[in-house]
Design a protein around this ligand. Structure first.
Ligand code: ATP
Ligand code: FE2
Length: 336
């Protein structure tokens, strides 16, 4: 954690797109002063949007309090409040937005609605020092290959159905592994060695994981395979698909940096594939540190500062959440 030395803007950011409630505090000179995360773990099944929202509402006060305490900042010293405005689950987003509006109006400071996908990229740039990377953003809800061009983060490739993290989480739930699935699949895959034939679906620059997931569950239910080999095959096939599309986008854009961000960026096997691709193309591989890979409030606070400094503010009256807010619709006024 860096410490701000000169008086700079201080922003509190609230992240609440899915099962994590995050409250982070960032300054305009790029210091992250706090990054508190409270995770809702479903009792069974996947995320229940209303249960997650209830968790966030219950934890909001204490999580904000802890972030302020970590940062040694008083609420009155905040210059700006940022919140994740979309994309994500409606009930969770609304809970974060309501808290952000209340805080901004009570403190009489500006409010900035942040696109969650942009925030994953911006925290990756801040934490790694990458300036203009081609980015593979992989999480439970998104699978996107993107790069900055002419004022926006353009989408070069994306999933046509479920996200890669969702595929990992759904399979692991079926196989009785703990939630979230990514780390559990990664652990079992280390003991796997046999590659089971599963659908590898890349269509042009886009990907599909639903056929792979269905086939994997069918194979699991036959009882013929070791769980370790199923996990190994899932990782090898899904991450090779990601590698193929990423490599093509890197060759096309000729970017000098390749950034891996989002929750699945924590995966060592995916990191090694991305690292090898970067090396082959003379690009520098950049990995978002684990604490900033999964959903967090610091990325929202930092992106809020970037947006605010380029003249963006979100009036409370029009601060509706947008659960389908696409990455490439955001005008990225702080670049160039
Ligand atoms: P988004 O709203 O950006 O889609 P999200 O709600 O899915 O985000 P993230 O915290 O960005 O949240 O990502 C969570 C995903 O990351 C889960 O699918 C989880 O299984 C996956 N994940 C976490 N650690 C690992 C790992 N080591 N290997 C693979 N996947 C991982
Ligand atoms: Fe996320």
């Amino acid at each position: 954690m860096k410490v701000a030395t000169i008086r700079s803007l201080v922003c509190l950011g609230i992240e609440s797109t899915a099962d994590n409630l995050g409250v982070g505090i960032a300054t305009s000179n790029g210091a992250i002063l706090a990054n508190e995360i409270s995770t809702h773990v479903p009792e069974e099944g996947g995320i229940h949007p209303r249960e997650a929202a209830r968790h966030h509402a219950e934890q909001m006060g204490s999580t904000i309090g802890e972030a302020l305490q970590d940062a040694r900042v008083k609420a009155e010293e905040l210059d700006l409040i940022a919140f994740s405005q979309g994309p994500g689950l409606g009930p969770s987003l609304r809970t974060g937005a309501t808290a952000a509006r209340a805080l901004a109006s009570y403190l009489n400071v500006p409010l900035v609605g942040v696109n969650h996908c942009v925030a994953h990229i911006e925290i990756g740039r801040l934490a790694t020092g990458a300036e203009d990377p081609l980015t593979l953003y992989v999480s439970g809800g998104n699978t996107i290959v993107t790069g900055y061009e002419a004022g926006r983060y353009r989408i070069f490739g994306e999933t046509l159905d479920i996200a890669v993290g969702n595929c990992l989480d759904t399979f692991s739930r079926e196989a009785g592994l703990p939630y979230p699935g990514g780390p559990a699949v990664e652990k079992h895959a280390l003991e796997g060695e046999r590659l089971i034939l599963l659908p590898y679906v890349v269509k042009g620059m886009d990907l599909s994981f639903s056929g792979l997931l269905t086939a994997l569950i069918q194979e699991y239910r036959t009882g013929r395979w070791r769980l370790e080999d199923l996990c190994f095959s899932l990782q090898e096939i899904a991450y090779s698909m990601l590698g193929e599309v990423t490599e093509r986008a890197l060759a096309h854009t000729k970017k000098a940096e390749l950034l891996l961000t989002g929750g699945v960026a924590a995966n060592k096997r995916l990191r090694s594939i991305i690292g090898a691709i970067a090396e082959e193309h003379g690009a520098s591989p950049e990995f978002v540190p684990i604490g900033y890979a999964t959903d967090n409030g610091a990325m929202i606070a930092w992106t809020g500062i970037l947006a605010y400094q380029s003249g963006i503010e979100t009036p409370i009256e029009t601060s509706y959440i947008d659960s389908r807010w696409r990455l490439d619709r955001v005008e990225v006024l702080w670049r160039d």
